[in-house]
Design a protein around this ligand. Structure first.
Ligand code: ADP
Ligand code: MG
Length: 259
């Protein structure tokens, strides 16, 4: 990108609200994430972090407000001054541009590691097998698992499975990666390798939104950190500021509790 070019934000949320029955889980989220930015979402359990990620990836519909990924409104599209719900086909297309990694890796157990990576690009994107295979092998090398291409998921450690899940998401060539507590289910000694893969990915310029309790990772890797509490963003700013000098009492209490 030239120094004068200003890229549009990758994600924009404006007044996003979401309820489950009487429970309002997102109470007006305003947030932008720039191209190439790494944003970490921190906050207590039940504060709406996962729901927000799920809305970005069309896994949940929002009730009001607006949400865009790139130039496209999530769930709706604007024609003139009217909003239309997107067709399922358009939602599927948009979803292919967003990679998601969950706490539980959800690899296909009956497929090898390499087959796990190749499945969606071949089936969903209809890309040629040879091209997908080459990319998949490159990604396995990138996450340090080239030698596991022919292994089945159950023979891998949790940390290795999660690195496969990251490579599988990347094999779809997404322009945005969402991570929902990717290391929370791992034994402590396996966390570092997964965080290292995510750190390297951040350095390639990938736009990333990461829900995590790894405060050290957030401080070192994130450009900005947003603190969620009770369905709202209580505080958002440069990682060093929010983590080292939080302005809000609730942020201070949360950080004291998780460290
Ligand atoms: P977090 O990821 O910050 O822990 P979540 O977004 O998972 O929070 O959940 C926010 C609130 O929404 C919680 O009270 C949770 O119980 C509730 N919730 C999440 N998903 C559903 C659902 N599908 N149906 C009903 N309630 C839900
Ligand atoms: Mg969650």
């Amino acid at each position: 990108m030239s120094a004068t070019a200003v890229a549009a934000p990758k994600v924009r949320a404006a007044g996003v609200r979401k309820s489950y029955g009487n429970l309002e889980v997102l109470k007006g989220i305003d947030l932008t994430v720039d191209q190439g930015e790494v944003l970490c979402l921190i906050g207590p359990s039940g504060s709406g972090k996962s729901t927000f990620l799920r809305c970005i990836n069309h896994l949940e519909a929002i009730d009001s407000g607006r949400l865009w990924v790139g130039d496209t409104t999530v769930g709706y599209e604007q024609r003139g001054n009217k909003l239309y719900e997107l067709s399922d086909k358009e939602i599927c297309r948009q979803r292919t541009e967003v990679g998601m990694v969950f706490q539980h890796f959800n690899l296909f157990p009956h497929m090898t590691v390499l087959e796990n990576l190749m499945e969606a690009p071949i089936r969903v994107l209809k890309q040629p097998r040879r091209q997908v295979r080459e990319r998949a092998l490159g990604l396995l090398a990138q996450v340090g698992l080239a030698e596991k291409a022919g292994s089945y998921p159950k023979s891998l450690s949790g940390g290795q499975q999660q690195r496969v899940a990251i490579a599988r998401a990347l094999c779809m060539q997404p322009s945005l990666m969402l991570f929902d507590e990717p290391t929370s289910a791992l034994d402590p000694e396996l966390v570092g390798d997964v965080l290292a893969v995510m750190r390297n990915l951040a350095e390639t310029g990938m736009t990333m939104i990461v829900v995590t309790h790894e405060i050290g990772f957030a401080r070192d890797v994130a450009d900005r950190v947003a603190f969620f509490d009770g369905g709202q963003i209580v505080e958002v700013g440069p990682a060093a500021d929010v983590i080292t000098h939080p302005q809000q009492q609730r942020t201070r209490e949360f950080l004291a509790a998780v460290r």
